[in-house]
Write a protein that binds this ligand. Structure first.
Ligand SMILES: NC(=O)c1ccc[n+]([C@@H]2O[C@H](COP(=O)([O-])OP(=O)(O)OC[C@H]3O[C@@H](n4cnc5c(N)ncnc54)[C@H](O)[C@@H]3O)[C@@H](O)[C@H]2O)c1
Ligand SMILES: [Zn+2]
Length: 356
């Protein structure tokens, strides 16, 4: 299972997962154009750009460093990258490579989708979250002052290259944040994988290479299967938002500063699972397993306190609201999920009291 195939007809592509992949890029990036813009940030390019450039010798490689941080996934950065492409004389016949976490990937992908109405795009994700989630599936976006990811496009990369070595330089919190999304795949789609995660929490915490190789491949495989069934999120792809409606409320309430995305998703997953337990979608023993796994991975399992009205108001602003009703992704046992808006404010209030 070394390569994962994302099956999307003529937009199909491979995800390569291995250590040292940065050193063999020419063989992994198909039909790579001569002129390449690498979008990265100073933190990541300092660590990995020279390897990348060496690996692509023979190509014209230009580096664009955006500033590091979610607040730079902005219209302003979008404009700066586009200006750079024009200044450097890049034609339609060029490629854009994202070298970085989800912020770099989302912005670079959106530029690739729009420059000359679309140029070749490749993802080299360097955070765990980007490797198992944001680099796969073709969602690209930038933020607007009025909201996260308000401007964007579905635009698939031509390949995703994951180098496990990149994970060794991640700080502890960013690393653990990625683990929250890995747990999500087990809960919504694969009970066996969930069991495997339960048995490998120590190895995951130690960033053991073989364990990571399997966990990342499996996560990408699951995301690839879901995206192949529902590229534009009219059905099952929404399951990937497990824990995110509550999680986004936590992130917004704390002004995107104190909680990482993965931490908020972990606490949000507990709330969603509690709601499932309360509404008989999940047994109490399965709920405990979710709780125990996330806590063994040292992710937060308690959300911050805030009044119900605040929770509801943040969640109403989330994209998942249709006809004024909040859609929740709720686990059905372990291994499946469903989207429902048939929950009452009383049920939500009760689980929030228990989980905050
Ligand atoms: N497109 C999608 O489907 C999708 C899915 C999930 C999340 N996202 C987006 O992803 C973004 C979050 O991504 P993220 O969690 O990767 O955050 P990030 O891109 O901000 O990276 C986190 C930090 O790690 C640093 N970093 C990256 N790689 C490193 C490495 N190998 N070693 C050391 N430091 C490194 C970065 O410079 C940054 O400071 C959000 O904007 C979110 O909206 C998109
Ligand atoms: Zn997420």
């Amino acid at each position: 299972m070394a390569n994962i195939h994302v099956e999307l007809g003529e937009r199909s592509y491979l995800i390569h997962v291995a250590s040292n992949n940065l050193q063999c890029l020419t063989s992994l990036l198909p039909d790579l154009k001569q002129s390449i813009l690498v979008v990265s940030n100073p933190t990541v390019s300092e660590l990995y750009f020279s390897q990348l450039r060496e690996s692509l010798s023979g190509h014209r490689v230009v580096l664009f460093n955006m500033e590091d941080g979610e607040q730079y996934k902005s219209l302003k950065s979008f404009e700066s990258v586009t200006n750079r492409l024009i200044e450097e004389g890049f034609s339609r016949d060029c490629a854009i490579i994202a070298l970085g976490g989800g912020v770099v990937g989302d912005l670079a992908g959106f530029v690739a989708a729009t420059y000359h109405r679309g140029v070749d795009f490749y993802q080299i994700p360097t955070t765990l979250l980007a490797q198992v989630d944001s680099s796969v599936g073709g969602k690209t976006a930038i933020n607007h002052p009025q909201g996260k990811n308000l401007i964007g496009a579905f635009y698939q990369p031509k390949a995703v290259v994951i180098d496990l070595n990149c994970l060794m330089t991640l700080n502890e919190r960013d690393y653990r944040s990625g683990l929250a999304e890995i747990v999500k795949y087990g809960i919504i789609y694969d009970a066996e994988f969930f069991c495997w995660l339960e048995k490998h929490t120590d190895k995951l915490s130690q960033r053991d290479e073989q364990t990571l190789q399997y966990a990342i491949q499996k996560s990408c495989q699951i995301k690839a299967e879901i995206v192949a069934q529902d590229e534009r999120e009219s059905g099952i792809r929404a399951w990937l938002n497990l824990g995110h409606t509550f999680g986004h409320a936590i992130e917004a309430a704390t002004e995107y500063g104190t909680w990482t995305h993965g931490e908020a998703v972990a606490a949000g997953t507990i709330i969603a699972s509690k709601l499932s337990e309360k509404t008989q979608r999940m047994s109490s023993s399965d709920f405990r397993r979710v709780l125990n796994l996330l806590s063994a991975l040292k992710l937060p399992i308690k959300a911050p306190h805030m009044p119900l009205a605040n929770w509801l108001s943040y969640m109403q602003r989330d994209k998942k609201v249709k006809d004024n009703r909040i859609n929740f992704v709720l686990p059905v046992g372990i291994g499946r999920a469903e989207v429902t808006n048939a929950t009452t404010d009383e049920e939500i209030a009760a689980v929030l009291t228990e989980c905050c």
